[in-house]
Design a binder for this molecule. Structure first.
Ligand SMILES: C[S@@+](CC[C@H](N)C(=O)[O-])C[C@H]1O[C@@H](n2cnc3c(N)ncnc32)[C@H](O)[C@@H]1O
Length: 199
């Protein structure tokens, strides 16, 4: 038997149907928004070298600051994350730059530099570290992963001038010998003085 619809039921049905559509729209919009925000944080896992965002610990920042003591010039942090190493270097009077793929972290770093009153000495570039020119820098920090260090050392050898300082956090370079080691465990910073290696 065919169902008959009471006109008063019809009136009640319409608002709840459009309410459902609004809810679906909101949930869908939220899901798309969350994906847009989260994608830059998960995308490093899709690259050949997976370098995720893991911020330097306070102790690592302190060790980097110690390594920068009585030095000056141009500093670069490779994969600068939320900008904490760049800001620490700018506080030591370096002209300090960061190269970082994640656009949210680049925006955050710029805001953080303003909050720390070092924005006039800092710049953050939304670029791929492997395509970034290292030649203008006399001090370079890298908090990388073990798998990338050999390839990164080749890039250093090709681009960085003799005498430049390289500061490696958590993982050392594979071929060069450090002239100082600061801290221990996960907070270790290996300090190198750049010199061409013979193959
Ligand atoms: C281990 S975190 C280090 C963050 C920061 N240097 C610190 O010490 O707090 C590595 C950073 O490199 C970034 N990254 C990964 N691949 C990159 C690439 N190809 N080019 C530039 N940045 C990259 C990640 O987004 C992440 O923020």
């Amino acid at each position: 038997m065919a169902a008959t619809l009471n006109p008063s039921e019809d009136v009640q049905l319409k608002p709840s149907l459009s309410g459902g559509k609004v809810l679906i729209g909101l949930t869908g919009g939220l899901a798309v928004g969350l994906s847009i925000v989260c994608f830059p944080f998960v995308s490093p896992a899709l690259r050949k070298v997976c370098l995720p965002f893991v911020p330097a610990t306070d102790c690592q920042v302190k060790n980097i600051s110690l390594a920068l003591k009585s030095c000056s010039g141009t500093f670069l942090d490779i994969g600068s994350g939320d900008g904490r190493l760049v800001i620490a270097a700018a506080k030591k009077n370096f002209t300090a730059h960061g190269v970082e793929l994640n656009p949210w972290l680049v925006h955050y770093s710029r805001m953080s530099a303003i909050a720390n009153r070092v924005h006039s000495r800092t710049s953050f570039f939304r670029r791929d570290l492997w395509k970034f020119d290292l030649r203008p820098y006399n001090t370079i920090a890298i908090f990388g992963v073990e798998e990338m260090m050999e390839q990164f050392e080749t890039k250093l050898q090709n681009e960085v001038a003799d005498g430049a300082r390289i500061l490696a956090c958590r993982f050392p370079l594979s071929k060069m010998e450090p002239d100082a080691v600061i801290g221990e465990g996960v907070d270790t910073v290996w300090c190198y003085r750049m010199k061409r290696l013979c193959n």
